[in-house]
Design a protein around this ligand. Structure first.
Ligand code: C6P
Length: 419
């Protein structure tokens, strides 16, 4: 099968020096079950470069203190590093100001924040939240919860057999009752890159704000929130070479200003009496309690790393790997690719006739090849494709053609075992 590659039409980027980049990631030298690790589960979480590990260690070794609270030197240093990371993140996604950058624990947390603080007060019975048929559970269940709380309805725009959003159907579903569109930028289960600019423009033409689930896009595609004009953009640090437990919710300042706090506690207040509490300014209004300070600093270091490598070059490298992997696995009898959108990120989901996806994953693990198997927290899209789950290989900047070859050799071995 030949896939359309818009990377071929893009200006050439200096090819990544992958061998050198791999040396930045200590875990890639691990041996697993007697084999060199082939890590192809990057959509679940990415590995961490030494610079991120060092930033975490340096923070705990030299600066560890609580932020925004102490007058002492360490607290000041921790606060400066924590806020410098916020400014770095704002630059990375081209937010207007740091006020628009809310620290969360991850994509899931950011979407729940928007569901409860933005959507809930605006929803009346029979209002609609519009999502797509290929959303991750994190971009389905928070909306179901808020629908149950308000009497609003969840409406689902269809996806075709290739795994592409059906734009005309989506446009027709936007109406006076639509109060929010919540859409993924890249599908974690299919790899499809959605036409997010068009999705946002159509929604805005109908006066509907848009949340983008950027979990699978942030490490792989350039993200410019002003260029996109999205109202909210949520992502997780751990999917962009940063630590777990830290994430970002970008929100337009006007929305964040108008929203009530999500959680109450320390740091999100200006003054408290038993009669009345005044809330802090944005973004602190949404950051109750001691935050993941080390996580934020580690995320800042991760973004420095990605900036240094170059996100366009990363995108080009991963697309090239996807073309190669797609061509190779297409030769394997009984292998069906789930998700054949024209525009795809480096995610290859597949089934193997007569073999359970978990068996594929387990046997590949014996060869040191790490992939994910199962429904990928996207059960509705699995149902649409008539499968309980898939095996999924997902690429990052450090993956190589040789690793794709190891994947293919592993799949051939699975076939022989079950053949
Ligand atoms: N997908 C995967 O293996 P958290 O868990 O909050 O960091 O990210 C949630 C999430 C939201 N949206 C999309 C599109 C995602 O892919 C994910 C996480 C991982 O595909 C773990 S289920």
């Amino acid at each position: 099968m030949k896939m359309e590659r818009d990377v071929l039409a893009k200006p050439a980027h200096a090819a990544l020096d992958v061998a050198r980049l791999r040396a930045d990631f200590p875990i890639l030298a691990e041996r697993v079950n007697g084999h060199s690790l082939v890590y192809l589960d990057n959509a679940a979480t990415t590995q961490k470069p030494q610079s991120v590990i060092d930033a975490l260690a340096a923070y705990y070794e030299h600066d560890n203190a609580n932020v925004h609270r102490g007058v002492h030197t360490l607290s000041q240093r921790a606060t400066d590093a924590y806020e410098a990371a916020r400014a770095n993140i704002a630059r990375f996604i081209n937010a207007r100001t740091t006020d628009e950058i809310v620290y969360t624990s991850g994509t899931t947390d950011g979407i729940n924040l928007v569901a409860q603080s933005f959507a809930r007060p605006r929803l009346a019975p029979n209002d609609e939240i519009l999502i797509s048929a290929m959303e991750h559970h994190s971009n389905i269940v928070p909306w179901q919860l808020v629908c149950a709380q308000t009497g609003a309805r969840l409406v689902v725009a269809p996806v075709n057999d290739a795994g592409e959003l059906m734009l005309d159907a989506y446009a027709a579903m936007l109406g006076p009752r639509t109060k929010l569109v919540a859409m993924t930028h890249v599908s974690n289960a299919l790899g499809s890159i959605t036409p997010i600019r068009r999705i946002i423009a159509l929604a805005h033409a109908a006066n509907v704000p848009v949340l983008v689930d950027g979990a699978q896009a942030i490490a792989h595609l350039p993200v410019d929130v002003q260029g996109l004009d999205c109202d909210f953009y949520a992502f997780s640090g751990h999917k962009i070479f940063g630590p777990t437990g830290i994430g970002i919710l970008y929100g337009k300042a006007a929305h964040l200003e108008a929203m009530p706090p999500y959680q109450g506690g320390g740091d999100m207040i200006r003054s408290v009496t038993f009669e009345k509490t005044e809330y802090n300014d944005i973004p602190y209004k949404f950051e109750a309690g001691t935050p993941n300070i080390a996580g934020a600093i580690g995320l800042g270091a991760a973004l420095d790393y990605v900036r240094h490598v170059g996100v366009e070059a990363i995108d080009a490298h991963e697309r090239e790997l996807l073309v190669y992997a797609t061509e190779r696995v297409t030769q394997i009898p009984g292998l069906r690719i789930i998700g054949t959108a024209k525009d795809k990120a480096g995610i290859l989901s597949f089934t193997l006739e007569g073999v359970h996806a978990h068996d594929v994953g387990t046997i590949l693990d014996h060869e040191g090849v790490a992939i994910r198997a199962g429904h990928h927290c996207a059960m509705p899209v699995m149902a649409q494709f008539g499968v309980a789950g898939t095996a999924r290989a997902s690429f990052a900047l450090y993956n190589t053609r040789e690793e794709v070859d190891a994947l293919v050799a592993g799949i051939e071995r699975v076939r022989r075992m079950f053949g």
